[in-house]
Design a protein around this ligand. Structure first.
Ligand SMILES: [Zn+2]
Length: 426
């Protein structure tokens, strides 16, 4: 790396003018100051923390770490370690990230190079920077950080290693190990940072939950129905729900024994589910109060499969629409509402006929709306239990239903009716 590149990196990290940094650096290098030391001096001069600074870093307990500290020394047990590639100023950099702990607490870390420690090791990390990550202090292990392996293990009241059940995963988790069954998988081509890339996406499950996943570096062991052990995966948020990411650094191994996948989804009130921001697999119960526009015999764009109106797609202009059946029903349980979207199979069941029957009915009535009207007559006013994936965005709460069944009565309505009968409440 030449001075220019070091200067660029520093300037961007410190948020100061590159020319000024270059001048400072060149000044120091002129006196044969080693580049790392020179960079530290420049960082210090501009008040930057981030992995370098004072000659005597403070030795602290994890609980006492704050972003006020420039650089610190901690003795910690390594709980987890994950590997990820990020693009930083046009270059691919492999980083390691995870959690450390001592008796007083846990702290996450990012290491910009391989220091060689593994989960379960006890290490003294010297001269680490502290920065803020998602509202908490995080240790930054860079050029000027030292890591020394301790011979006596530190006792910590935390789980060591990344082994987890799916239900326990949260967005932001790194270095996790899972044993799962592949419920669904499909290959897709995406426009990635290096052009067109093949990826796998689908659904994995274990005895506790089902979650969506993406494999950014397709592993052949990941096939439908396979039970696999995934090591070193990370978790991101997708539509408010955790999503598992498998990368080039993950290990995927076929398991001899098959992993059982739960067949139930958590049941919640609509208000609670919508407030949660989105759930991959949830069960809701309520009354259908309305069937929305865009239901019944609809047309889709042959290019992008989106529903279209009057033969015009928002992305593809005038197209020859393809007929399909769909239902958008508003479900209400007294705590909130959401739009339940039923695909052609579920809609056929409710309608009591297939696409041809719907076309015949529309032709006879000379009105395509008769199909939606028939569906509304079936649904509105009755109580249903629906299972599927709930997404919440600026357009509202939408539930893509995998299962939809009529129940005798919404429990809430039933409770109210009972109370009324007893002469209590409304
Ligand atoms: Zn289109």
């Amino acid at each position: 790396m030449d001075v220019d590149k070091h200067a660029e990196e520093l300037a961007s990290a410190l948020g100061v003018d590159k020319e000024e940094v270059t001048e400072d650096l060149e000044n120091l290098l002129q006196y044969s100051v080693p580049i790392d030391e020179a960079k530290q001096s420049v960082r210090r001069k501009h008040g930057g923390g981030g992995g370098g600074g004072d000659a005597t870093p403070e030795s602290l307990d994890v609980v006492d770490l704050t972003t006020e500290h420039d650089n610190v020394t901690v003795t910690v047990r390594v709980l987890t370690k994950g590997t990820r590639s990020i693009r930083y100023q046009g270059e691919d950099i492999t980083i390691r990230e995870g959690e450390f702990a001592d008796e007083t607490g846990t702290v996450s870390y990012t290491a910009w190079q391989e220091f060689g420690f593994e989960p379960d090791d006890t290490v003294t990390v010297g001269n680490a920077g502290v920065r803020e990550w998602e509202g908490h202090p995080e240790l930054n292990l860079g050029d000027s950080t030292s890591v020394a392996l301790e011979t006596d293990d530190l006792d910590v009241p935390y789980e060591i290693g990344g082994e987890r059940d799916l239900i326990d995963l949260e967005p932001g988790d790194r270095g996790r190990s899972l044993e799962v069954s592949v419920v669904e998988v499909e290959g897709r081509t995406i426009d990635g940072r290096d052009g067109e890339t093949e990826i796998l996406s689908g659904v994995i499950g274990d005895e506790t939950a089902r979650l969506p996943f993406t494999d950014w570096d397709p592993h052949p062991e990941i096939e439908e129905g396979a039970s696999v052990r995934l090591e070193d995966v990370y978790v991101r948020e997708y539509r408010g729900a955790p999503s598992v990411n498998v990368s080039q650094f993950s290990t995927v191994e076929a398991l001899g024994e098959s992993v059982t996948v739960t067949d139930t989804a958590p049941s919640m009130s609509i208000g609670e589910a919508v407030a949660g921001g989105g759930l991959f697999d949830v069960e809701l119960t309520g009354n259908v109060i309305e069937v929305r526009d865009g239901s019944g015999l609809i047309q889709r764009c042959p290019e992008c499969n989106r529903a279209i109106q009057n033969g015009e797609c928002r992305s593809h202009g005038d197209v020859e629409g393809e007929d399909d059946l769909r239902t958008k029903a508003i479900l209400d349980d007294g705590t909130g509402t959401c739009t339940v979207i039923l695909g052609s199979d579920l809609t056929e069941e409710i309608y009591g006929g297939n696409l041809d029957d719907a076309r015949d009915a529309a032709r006879e009535a000379m009105d395509r709306e008769v199909v939606a009207e028939t569906i509304a007559e079936e649904l509105v006013g009755d109580a249903y239990r629906v299972r599927g994936s709930l997404s919440v965005d600026e357009y509202g709460a939408n539930m893509n239903a995998d299962a939809f069944e009529q129940i005798d009565e919404n429990p809430e309505t039933a409770a109210r009716a009972l109370l009324a009968e007893l002469g209590v409440g409304a």
